[in-house]
Write a protein that binds this ligand. Structure first.
Ligand code: SF4
Length: 404
C-alpha cells in the first residue's frame, strides 16, 4: 500500500476542538452538537505517538482543568448537544471528580440530551475499580481503551506501559463498574508482527466482546523514536501485501464475530457506532475545548492553540482561545463531505449531497470515478457511492479525484 493509503487507514480521529467566541451566541443551526474535551497529559510518551500531548504534571493539570471549566462556561449558548468526548493524551489520568465537574459544566452550558453519549479515552494502566466507578458516577457511559495489542512483546516495542493481562483486567473492571459500552483500539502492522500474530490480538479482542472496536495500521512518522528503536533492534514491518492481508483478515474475523464495519477503521455491534465520531464523518457540528482542539459550526471552523501553556494563558487572561477562524468555502465543504462520506460503509448519498451542497458529485467527478467502479473498488448504483472493502485499501487513490 502506498503511504497515503496508510494515512487514510490510520487516521484515528483526534479532533481536538475549541468553542464559540465568548458572549457571542450563534444561532441554532439544527445540528445537535458534539462536545470534544482535549486532555493532553500522558504518564509516558509512546515512541510512535504523533498526538498533541505531554508528560503528566499534577500542577499543570490543575491549571488546565480550571481553564477548561472557564472555557466551557464562557462558550455556552444553550444549544442542544448529545455527545461529550474526552480525548487525549490520556483522559483517564484526570480524577473522577474533575471529569464530573467538566460533565456538569457541559450540562449547565448546553442542553445535554438525557441519552448523551459520554466517552472517556482510557489507558489500561491508569484505571482501578475505584476510579472506574468514579468515572461512571461522573456520567461517563462509554470507555475507549487504548489496548493496541494483546501481545506483550509488541506492547514493549511500542513502549506502552501496560501488559496484555493488564488490558484484560482493565476491561473486566470496567464491566464490573457498570460500563456496558466499551470500545477497544488495536493497531496492526507493528514491528516484527506477522499476520498470525495480528490475528491473535483480534481473537483476544473478540473474546472480551466489547461493543465497538477500532483497528488501525501503525503509521511511523519520520521523526518517531520508534524508528531509532527499530534500527537498534533490527526490527522491520511486514511487506505491504501482508499489511493489506492484516486489514482484510482482521475485518473478516470481526464480521464472523457479529460486528458490523461502518467506517474504514471502525466496527461495532449494531447500534453501538460512535455517535460522536460519526459527527465528523457525516458533516455534523462540534465544539472543541482545550489545547489544539478544533471546532466546526455553521460552516465556520476554528481551533485552539496547540500549546498547553498558550491555551491556559489565553483563557486565564479572559481572552478567547479560538484562532484561525474561517468560513469553509463551498468547494471545501463538498470535498469534505465526499472524503468523509467515502470513509463510511454507508457511502455518499449523491442526491443528499446535491441537495446540501448544490453539486451532483457524479456529474462533476463521474468520468474520473468510473475507472474505479470498473475495477471493483468503488460501487455506484445511481444513488450511493461507496468503497468496497478492497477499495478501502486504495481509498487515497479514489479520494484524490476530489482534489482539484
Ligand atoms: S498514551 Fe496515547 S496519546 Fe499518550 S503518548 Fe501514548 S499514544 Fe500518545
Amino acid at each position: 500500500m502506498a503511504g497515503r493509503t496508510r494515512r487514510v487507514l490510520n487516521s484515528k480521529l483526534k479532533t481536538q476542538s475549541p468553542r464559540p467566541k465568548a458572549q457571542s451566541p450563534r444561532p441554532y443551526t439544527g445540528c445537535v452538537l458534539g462536545l470534544y474535551i482535549h486532555v493532553p497529559f500522558c504518564s509516558a510518551i509512546c515512541n510512535y505517538c504523533n498526538f498533541n500531548r505531554g508528560l503528566f504534571d499534577a500542577a499543570l493539570k490543575d491549571r488546565y482543568v480550571a481553564a477548561l471549566l472557564a472555557e466551557l462556561e464562557r462558550g455556552t449558548d444553550g444549544s442542544p448537544a448529545d455527545t461529550i468526548y474526552f480525548g487525549g493524551g490520556t483522559p483517564s489520568l484526570l480524577n473522577p471528580a474533575e471529569v464530573a465537574a467538566i460533565v456538569e459544566r457541559c450540562a449547565r452550558s448546553w442542553a445535554l440530551t438525557a441519552d448523551a453519549e459520554i466517552t472517556l479515552e482510557a489507558n489500561p494502566e491508569t484505571v482501578t475499580s475505584e476510579r472506574l466507578a468514579g468515572f461512571r458516577a461522573a456520567g461517563v457511559n462509554r470507555l475507549s481503551f487504548g489496548v493496541q495489542s494483546f501481545r506483550d512483546e509488541e506492547l514493549g516495542r511500542l513502549s506502552r506501559l501496560h501488559s496484555a493481562s493488564r488490558a484484560v483486567e482493565a476491561f473486566r473492571m470496567a464491566r464490573a463498574a457498570g460500563f456496558g459500552n466499551i470500545s477497544l483500539d488495536l493497531m496492526m502492522w507493528l514491528p516484527q508482527q506477522t499476520v498470525a500474530q495480528w490475528l491473535e490480538s483480534v481473537d483476544a479482542l473478540v473474546a472480551l466482546a466489547p461493543e465497538h472496536a477500532s483497528l488501525y495500521l501503525l503509521e511511523i512518522y519520520p521523526n518517531a523514536p520508534l524508528r531509532d528503536a527499530m534500527a537498534r533492534g533490527r526490527w522491520s514491518v511486514a511487506p505491504d501485501e501482508e499489511a493489506a492481508e492484516m486489514y482484510l483478515s482482521g475485518l473478516d474475523r470481526m464480521d464472523s464475530a457479529g460486528y458490523v464495519q461502518y467506517e474504514i477503521s471502525n466496527v461495532a455491534r449494531p447500534g453501538r457506532q460512535s455517535r460522536h465520531n460519526l459527527k465528523y464523518w457525516t458533516g455534523g457540528e462540534w465544539l472543541g475545548f482545550g489545547c489544539g482542539a478544533h471546532s466546526t459550526r455553521a460552516g465556520v471552523r476554528w481551533r485552539n492553540p496547540s500549546s498547553t501553556e498558550e491555551y491556559i494563558s489565553a483563557v486565564a487572561g479572559g481572552r478567547s482561545a479560538a484562532t484561525d477562524r474561517r468560513a469553509l468555502s463551498a468547494d471545501e465543504r463538498l470535498e469534505e463531505a465526499l472524503f468523509m462520506g467515502l470513509r463510511l460503509n454507508a457511502g455518499v448519498d449523491v442526491a443528499a449531497v446535491n441537495t446540501r451542497y448544490g453539486v451532483d458529485p457524479w456529474a462533476r467527478y463521474g468520468s474520473e470515478l468510473q475507472p474505479f467502479v470498473d475495477q471493483g473498488v468503488l460501487h455506484y448504483d445511481g444513488r450511493v457511492l461507496r468503497l468496497t472493502r478492497a477499495g478501502m485499501l486504495v481509498a487515497h487513490e479514489v479520494m484524490a479525484v476530489f482534489i482539484r
